[in-house]
Design a protein around this ligand. Structure first.
Ligand SMILES: [Zn+2]
Length: 225
């Protein structure tokens, strides 16, 4: 990215989740402050006997301990927020997330005895939020869990748009489809960097609506002996 002085004004580092499924976590540095985007974990492969779960590499954050502004969580899946309890063992953090994601975390954090180390900020898709040098806008995306969002963050050169996990499901179960208009608005502002979920992106074809799952489950349960 363009640098006005020797230190670049912004830096984007991936602490996990690239070229693998799980433990999604990125750190965006702007004007010396760090915004963490997602804090996921992954589950061990067969060649990792005795390992229960795999965490992202927190060393980058340890080295910038007093410069962490906040954490933003796109949705409530373990591979996007499951490492937060472990992160909170080392850091006290402000966390921006939607109500369901926060709700799913509450009990988990109690269990890990780190609930008092987090300050939750509930976000509503469609709204703009400021945290230090970061101006963020949240946009609803449909996914296999409700209350997911994409996040757009203003940079001096344009917008960094992080899609979160999404599926362009025209008939989501909760009736809340991806806010394509809000995302188009970001494109009008000028997207400088686009980070997109790509699980199964190399497989041809499309996946059916989540709505199709219910009747299938119903049949299986009805026919179960
Ligand atoms: Zn997900």
């Amino acid at each position: 990215m363009p640098a006005s002085s020797e230190e670049p004004r912004a830096r984007l580092v991936f602490l996990g989740g690239v070229g693998e499924v799980g433990r999604n976590m990125a750190a965006l540095e702007l004007d010396g402050r760090v915004l963490v985007i997602d804090a996921g974990l992954s589950f061990p492969e067969v060649e990792m006997p005795g390992i229960d779960l795999v965490l992202p590499d927190f060393q980058y954050l340890r080295d910038r301990r007093d410069r962490i502004e906040a954490v933003v969580l796109t949705h409530g899946h373990e591979d996007h927020m499951g490492s937060l309890p472990y992160l909170l063992r080392e850091f006290s953090l402000r966390v921006y997330a939607t109500p369901l994601t926060i709700g799913l975390l509450e009990g988990k954090l109690e269990e890990h005895r780190v609930r008092d180390r987090v300050e939750f900020h509930e976000v509503t898709p469609g709204e703009e939020v400021r945290a230090g040098p970061f101006t963020m806008r949240f946009h609803r995306v449909s996914h296999s869990i409700p209350d997911g969002c994409a996040v757009a963050i203003d940079l001096p050169w344009g917008v960094l748009l992080h899609s979160g996990d999404f599926k362009l499901d025209p008939t989501p179960i909760d009736g809340r489809a991806t806010d394509l208009q809000g995302i188009a608005e970001e494109s009008r502002r000028g997207v400088h960097v686009f980070l997109s979920d790509s699980t199964n992106a190399e497989d041809p074809g499309t996946t059916g609506s989540e709505r199709l799952v219910g009747p299938v489950l119903f049949d299986i349960i009805r026919d179960a002996r």
